[in-house]
Ligand binder design. Structure first.
Ligand code: KG4
Ligand code: ZN
Length: 366
């Protein structure tokens, strides 16, 4: 089944085609993908402007669709189904992809399905070379969410804990801004941290010993105070303070990662599970991946993640999540309704949902 995936929940227009019959090929079913980022459009405003985002998705959707078909050497009549992001996200931005996808499916006489953006992130690592079997604990860390979920199958999600304030990615973005680094902050902090000492400064790890919830707003304040306290209050753009900035970036990154890792270990122990899947933009962070591999090795657990391009927002994860539901017989009717706020544990379950693992005739190790 060839599924076209459309992602327009925020500031990336992502389109991809996933073909379940090519899952064993080197491309692991991902026939092709195109991505357009609006980062530059919003940069001058210091954050995403919803109305500008919607208008830009409208401009880009059709040309990107043609570019994707050309890249895949396919015609639109080769597509068997369409999956689009239905929520959570910016309502105007969501509507552009949903209306485009639903109308195209109607015109082609094929099924369409609205996908939960965070389920897309959660299932993306299943498209990788070493897909985990259910059940697993998933750490979902993006710009808008930080949560630990026990996943027992597709749509069988139990939220174990989540951030009571800022998301981890949001905290990376805010700390980066204070250090004079551009958006998105995560990759820029990670790069600056390479030349810094992660133990140079002691930053707080809020709520470390309180259940599985997170709190990151205190860390943001701590970085603010650190910048004020370290010689010369304005570090942004001041070359003489390069080492101090790198040390702050490394210490901050280490504090966030250390908190995430400790909560993951706790969640695995609490659920008696042996597999951890990390997903969402922050899961591209190398320090997080390295620390998890090391710490989980100590408790005989394994960590699984998607390639970096499938960690941040993209159309492939939406195509794949849509496929898992379509193959189980789910599809939407002709109406289009997007859901800006939508909890992942409200999704309907897909019974016996191991479609890909079954097709490959293997389960996964670990
Ligand atoms: O999942 P995503 O692309 O979009 C949302 O659904 O929010 O996540 C974006 C977030 C941003 O906050 C960005 O700073 C963060 O992911 N991010 C990273 C890295 N790459 C992206 N954070 C830390 N390290 C990275 N390498
Ligand atoms: Zn996302």
């Amino acid at each position: 089944m060839k599924v076209l995936g459309l992602e327009t929940s925020c500031d990336e227009t992502g389109l991809a085609i996933f073909d379940s019959e090519q899952i064993d090929s080197p491309n692991q079913g991902l026939v092709g993908q195109v991505l357009y980022s609006q980062i530059e459009l919003h940069a001058t405003y210091g954050g995403v402007v919803p109305e500008l985002a919607s208008r830009d998705h409208i401009r880009k959707l059709v040309p990107l669709f043609h570019e994707l078909l050309e890249q895949c050497q396919l015609s639109k009549t080769d597509i068997d189904a369409i999956a689009y992001t239905k929520g959570p996200g910016l309502i105007g931005a969501l509507m552009t992809g949903a209306l485009f996808g639903r109308s195209l499916a109607f015109g082609l006489g094929i099924p369409a399905i609205g996908v939960h953006h965070m389920e897309g992130h959660l299932l993306a690592p299943l498209m990788g070379a070493n897909p985990p079997d259910f059940p697993f604990v998933s750490l979902l860390v993006s710009g808008g969410h930080t949560m630990l979920v026990a996943a027992r199958g597709v749509g069988q999600y139990e939220i174990l804990g989540e951030s009571i304030d800022d998301a981890a990615g949001e905290c990376f973005d805010k700390a980066a801004k204070m250090l004079g680094l551009p958006y998105p902050g995560g990759p820029n902090i990670a790069k600056l941290a390479e030349t810094g000492d992660p133990n140079a400064y002691e930053l707080p790890r809020p709520m470390l010993h309180k259940g599985l919830d997170f709190s990151f707003s205190g860390m943001k304040t701590a970085v603010h105070n650190l910048i004020k306290d370290t010689d010369g209050s304005d570090l942004a753009g001041d070359n003489s303070n390069d080492q101090v900035r790198a040390d702050i970036a490394a210490s901050f990154q280490h504090a966030v990662v250390d908190t995430l890792v400790k909560k993951c270990v706790k969640a695995l122990k609490q659920t008696n599970m042996r597999r951890l899947v990390i997903a969402g933009g922050v899961s591209a962070n190398t320090h997080l991946r390295e620390m998890l591999t090391r710490e989980l090795g100590k408790i005989q657990a394994t960590v699984h993640y998607a390639p970096p391009a499938l960690c941040t927002d993209n159309g492939a994860m939406i195509a794949y999540a849509g496929f898992e539901r379509l193959v189980a017989g789910q599809a939407d009717d002709l109406s289009v309704s997007c859901v800006p706020r939508w909890n992942i544990d409200e999704l309907p379950a897909v019974s016996g949902s191991v479609a890909i693992a079954e097709q490959r005739g293997n389960g996964c190790s670990g």
